[in-house]
Ligand binder design. Sequence first.
Ligand code: F6P
Length: 550
Amino acid sequence: MTPLKQLPAWKVLEQHFKTMRTFDMRTAFREDAHRFDQLSLRCGNLLLDYSKNRITAETMAHLMQLARESDLESTRNAMFSGERINFTERRAVLHVALRAPTRPRLMVEGVDVEHEVALVLKRMQHFVESIHNGSWRGHSGKPIRDVVNIGIGGSDLGPAMVCAALDHHALESVRVHFVSNLDPAHLATTLKHLDPETTLFIVASKTFTTLETLANANSAKAWLLAALRAPAAVARHFVALSTNTEAVEAFGIDPDNMFIFWDWVGGRYSLWSAIGLSIALQIGWGNFQALLAGAHAMDVHFKEAPLEANMPVILGMLGIWYANFWGTDTHGIFPYDQRLRLLVPFLQQLDMESNGKNVNRANHMVNYNTGPIVWGAPGTNGQHAFFELIHQGTRLIPTDFLMAAVNQTPLADQHEWLLANCMAQSEALLKGKPRGVIEAELISQGMSREAARALAPHKVFPGNRPSNTLLYQKLDPHTLGMLLALYEHKIFVQGVVWQINSFDQWGVELGKQLAPPIRAALSSVRAVGEHDGSTQGLIADIRRRRGLST
Ligand code: F6P
């Protein structure tokens, strides 16, 4: 494998970047009336406008050449055909197979993918319908009214985000809740208004060993049993979503109440699997299928469109351009769509757990930046909080704006203002506002020339700041599926170019290993000496506050 920085296209891009340092998008728009047409792309009802970037046609050609030299196309095909591209865990990566209407005949780790996926989907559908039509009853014979998904990370963020995004498609018959945090307040506040007789718990955990999930599931079981006073009640009020049948049984859930998935579904890519059960319960089976179909449509596009007209490839390579040539550290995501309020936390895991890596496929430390810090908030809230820094701060921050063309909540003209604000922000980032214009404005408002000259620099918007805009028709299950798969594949593209493994997560392990001895030191007389001075000091202080000896 040729190291990234030695690829011919990388070297060409380094030279090209020198000519682009002074590139001004405003001039580019003035000189080329077709810039928007040339630097925008449609896929289904999605429109990606990437014309507000510090790029030319030449930049894009070099970036696509870099993608080719990085073997993007063959690695993409390897993923779709079930090769073990997760090389540190020796696993295939096949979340795409979960949403394909007709799956290729694939045997992966002894599993007939097509057959098994179809089987689990059938069982899920049957279960979802039995909850909705009331044929599944709680222990005392009452129908289920509330569903609590207990999970964390990929077993929480995906389904929670989709349920928030598609709340307007929610069925009346059940309410879905999510509990993830180890903080007992999360479970306690959720259960406060629920009735044990009509509540179903979904314990969602790929490994079924996760501390937070098992702790919350055990507390939920105790809450249920305290009210229903019959161990048999667990079978009517608990189901599990997992790859680990033994652990599910050990917890006390009948394998008949378990929906399986497989090692080749990464946690952060699992909402399309049995982990999506809470989604199907909220929006109904037909809508869940539409979500899968939308993701599949994006899979087909990613697999078949030429790189130059491939949305995930374009987004991914633009991210490489900024992170590795312009030296940006972060990427802002701003959905002007309140229903996408949980998109950022979801994408934080998807992107940062996938590409927050520093060792490449040849097992060497990389000598370039990899995954960006992903952050953001729904618009217009962000405007009144941190947009100051994007407009006037010292850092260059590439951003994605997302907006729906069609209003699904007719409340006066609020949606029109929402769209106007979204476009006003990206326009302001692009155009900026020069000092001369500001001075003239201040003087025309009656300010003295001297005072205007002093104040004007503080009011300057430098402009020439990049953004992508993703415009969609309206947030429906199919469109959401497309959007989520778009980001999944964007992240894949970047991982391939950075030559890292986007599908493991070893970086989450050390903290998990260090927690048990700290937990023991907090409450017992266990020596705190094995910890660093700071941790020792903190433990000692907590023990003192509890009246324990230090
Ligand atoms: O600790 C990180 C992580 O392993 C994520 O990758 C995963 O999504 C989450 O924890 C939850 O894991 P599980 O589904 O096995 O409980």
